[in-house]
Design a protein around this ligand. Structure first.
Ligand code: 6PG
Length: 477
């Protein structure tokens, strides 16, 4: 193609970048690509992009020169310093009105800093969540763009074309101003951590509690994927249990070291929730579980030293426990999504983002890692009542909880009796029971704080007194 013919540019040809570039071109937008390692550009153009409308740029200047104006450049580089480095490489060649779209998992406050810095030169900066992994990038991700709306309008045709499609449209919407797009992607990842931990705990109870083999587990998760738990993560879990290691013939999952990694977006979700004062115990538990899994050497040492049930099997009817674990998974999932949506609602209020929670649930129905029909119920809940205080109070979810909570309790009780940890299940149940409690034991906490620190308390019978302090020792006589 001649110069200045590409509709859009892309920097960063790792897995996500390469696949998103192919998705963009396949949807009819000639694309120019650049990568710090020029070999990656050549390799792509000689293989998967051969004969397609691709321009290979060997310098940032070449990339910019090959784009029609206003220029649109998507960054798929590692979050943090690499984004700033790449922006610095491009900035000298950009002109007012040009647009940079950061599609990485960037920290939302970094995005707002970049928007401010670049606006001084009239350059627009959009922070867009991109979810769906390699497959999603290639065939249709869920996209969460945030920043100035008129800048988003410039990329909307491309973003809508490449996004996953569900019954009510493309899985993309303008999220809101500033870093809201990256914030929503961060919360998506926090919810993803919660889903993955809840599935892991369900697996652990069935595997250790009932001695289920990978084959039996595949059958259970496949069956669950046909009902209310239907989702991408349940679907791939069933597939994972079917995969045999080619060398040993054993289920590959049984050969994997039980130490979970984490790139950081889940941790950010917990930190932000603490700062905003939003309880998200299920997501917090998912991060704690990953950290505990990382303490493998200490666990091996402690396993021989700490007393407790070991290798114990559930003595009751197996199908009963399977049904209870199913209900626990669904009930805990509702609690986890309630927490995620509550965090979005609080951020929206505190930062003035005016987030549309129903629309966010809608674009998560497809393309992203947490994609599931379940999200349509959340969309509907906020369509019915945009200011729903918490998702648990929506009729559908309230009734689902009431039906599932016996199994929820039974599965957790079984796990605790068998010595199987279920951090996320039990945190979710405690969240549910806390919300159902008209009176929690923090009256005692207030008494203790006033006893040792004169931090005062309020009285239930005399609210007009406001903050009260008692000389506890004096009253002791
Ligand atoms: C997505 C994923 C992706 C994330 C991976 C790894 O939405 O496509 O969330 O953005 O990077 O899941 O995340 P962790 O290493 O934190 O598990």
């Amino acid at each position: 193609m001649e110069a200045a013919q590409a509709k859009i540019g892309l920097v960063g040809l790792a897995v996500m970048g390469e696949n998103l570039a192919l998705n963009i071109e396949r949807n009819g937008f000639p694309i120019a690509v650049y990568n710090r390692d020029p070999d990656k550009v050549e390799r792509l153009l000689q293989t998967r992009a051969k004969g397609l409308h691709f321009i290979g740029a060997h310098t940032p200047a070449e990339l910019v020169k090959s784009l029609e104006r206003p220029r649109k450049i998507v960054l798929l580089v590692k979050a943090g310093q690499p984004v700033d480095w790449t922006v610095d490489q491009l900035r000298p060649y950009l002109e007012p009105g040009d647009i940079i779209v950061d599609g990485g998992n960037s920290w939302y406050e970094d995005t707002e800093r970049r928007q401010k810095e670049l606006s001084a030169k009239g350059i627009r900066f959009i922070g867009s969540g991109v979810s769906g992994g390699e497959e999603g990038a290639l065939w249709g991700p869920s996209l969460m763009p945030g920043g100035e709306e008129d800048a988003y309008e410039q990329i909307r045709p491309i973003w809508e074309a490449i996004a996953a499609k569900v019954d009510d449209g493309p899985c993309v919407t303008y999220i809101g101003p500033g870093g809201s797009g990256h914030f929503v992607k961060m919360v998506h990842n926090g919810i993803e951590y919660g889903d993955m931990q809840l599935i892991a705990e369900a697996y652990d109870i069935l595997h250790r509690g009932l001695g289920f083999s990978a084959e039996q587990l595949a059958e259970v998760f496949e069956r669950w994927n046909g009902g209310v738990l239907s989702s991408f993560l349940i679907e791939i879990t069933a597939k994972i249990f079917k995969v045999k290691d080619p060398e040993t013939g054993k289920p590959l999952v049984d050969l994997i070291v039980d130490k979970a990694g984490q790139k950081g977006t889940g941790l950010w979700t917990s930190k932000v929730a603490l700062d905003l004062g939003v309880p998200i115990p299920t997501i917090d538990a998912a991060i704690m579980a990953r950290l505990l899994s990382g303490q493998r050497s200490q666990r091996t040492q402690a396993a021989g030293a700490l007393e407790g049930p070991r290798g114990k099997r559930w003595a009751g009817d197996a199908s009963e426990l399977v049904a209870a674990v199913h209900d626990a998974l669904y009930a805990a999932k509702i609690c986890s999504y309630t927490q995620g949506m509550a965090l979005l609602a609080t951020a929206s209020h505190n930062f003035g983002w005016n987030l549309r929670l129903g629309e966010i649930a809608r674009i998560w129905k497809g393309g992203c890692i947490i994609r599931a029909q379940f999200l349509d119920g959340i969309r509907e809940a906020y369509a019915k009542q945009a200011d729903l205080p918490i998702l648990l109070l929506d009729d559908r979810f309230r009734d689902a909880m009431s039906k599932a909570q016996l199994g929820f309790r039974k599965a957790i009780a079984a796990a605790q009796d068998l010595g199987i940890p279920c951090l996320a299940f039990s945190s979710s149940l405690a969240y549910y029971d806390s919300y159902r409690s008209e009176r929690l034991p923090q009256n005692l906490t207030q008494a203790q704080r006033d006893f040792f620190g004169a931090h005062t308390y309020e009285r239930t019978d005399k609210p007009e007194l406001g903050a009260v302090h008692t000389e506890w020792q004096t009253l002791l006589g």
